[in-house]
Design a protein around this ligand. Sequence first.
Ligand SMILES: Cc1cc2nc3c(=O)[nH]c(=O)nc-3n(C[C@H](O)[C@H](O)[C@H](O)COP(=O)(O)OP(=O)(O)OC[C@H]3O[C@@H](n4cnc5c(N)ncnc54)[C@H](O)[C@@H]3O)c2cc1C
Length: 346
Amino acid sequence: MQAGCTLKLNTFVDEVEHVNGKVVSVGLKTKSTRTKLIANMFIDATGDGDIAVAAGAKYEMGRKSDGLTQPVSALFKMSYIDMDAFIDYTQKNRNEFIWVSYPILPPNLPAFFADRMVCLSGFNNLIAQGQQSGELYLGRERITLFSDYRKGDMLFNATRLNRIDATSNEDLIRAEIDLREQVISLVAFARKYLPGFSQASLSSAASRVGVRETRRIMGDYVLNQEDVLRGRKFDDGIAKGCFPVDIHSPHDKTNVWVELNDAYDIPYRCLLPIGLDNVLLAGRNMSATHEALASSRVQSHCMAMGQAAGLAAAMASQEKVGTREISVASLQNNLRAQRAIVAGDL
Ligand SMILES: Cc1cc2nc3c(=O)[nH]c(=O)nc-3n(C[C@H](O)[C@H](O)[C@H](O)COP(=O)(O)OP(=O)(O)OC[C@H]3O[C@@H](n4cnc5c(N)ncnc54)[C@H](O)[C@@H]3O)c2cc1C
């Protein structure tokens, strides 16, 4: 608001008017109004590439073999956990966890802040027993837990539902119901079997289904697995990627997790949908393969792409040119001036 933006909250973009590779306007629908927004430049950060697809952009969805995408999940939080009991248990039973770490908070925090923290993934045997006996309904083979800042609170990344097309409302409704059943089941299970959880309760749950992957819009360059794993550098890099390749299996309860040795560049071309001159992509609808997106989809990368797309749109609009006609070197310098890290900086 300080920068003079008008917020269009609770607004859905539906109709897209386009002529000769240029989007002219988008229709904005709210509960009470239907209007049209005319602009020089459009940034599609819908996650699903709604604007680009409506303007005719090509896209792919899911893995090559069967088109299945990464699963959806609902995160939730439990409170009133005896963290000392829980953390002591993790330290004595290290072999039950795929990974575990104990973040250290700075001193002199308010009294309600956690004094001991833990983040971990595991409890595979306990989860398997619960699933086999029918006591636990959960779409994953293990649970991942993060201490929250407030003493006694932990966040759960543990539910999972496969074979959901998150661009289909019917599928999203099905997922909403199923994932809530998983949350309810796991909360009861945690209270009964996790150390320190006997007095804990559910304190919040995601208000909507968390979506990892839908349409990947095909751009001038398609970031691929080799680029990510080899830490490939590009002259038109506008952001750095550093997160491991994290594929939550589209068909079962397992995970693929491949660490990177080096950061890779996300090229400007991955933000440019083929055939469209005034549309930029930002976020998980970027141009990438299923495997590359398993790394590039994380929040820091999405934010960096958003910053680059916003600057590029402003430059193209001011210069009255298309997205492919701006100087990428100037874009990179403008990003550096905003303290972003781009090609050649690392
Ligand atoms: C369960 C889960 C756990 C994750 N854990 C982590 C993690 O620990 N760390 C991490 O960095 N990343 C994590 N991620 C990945 C990361 O959160 C997402 O990939 C990232 O937030 C995607 O951002 P986005 O802005 O591209 O898309 P989204 O977050 O999907 O945002 C798209 C936005 O566009 C809006 N929208 C969609 N269509 C329209 C339309 N037609 N008109 C108007 N608005 C529209 C939506 O309402 C939404 O607000 C996780 C993801 C999930 C699902």
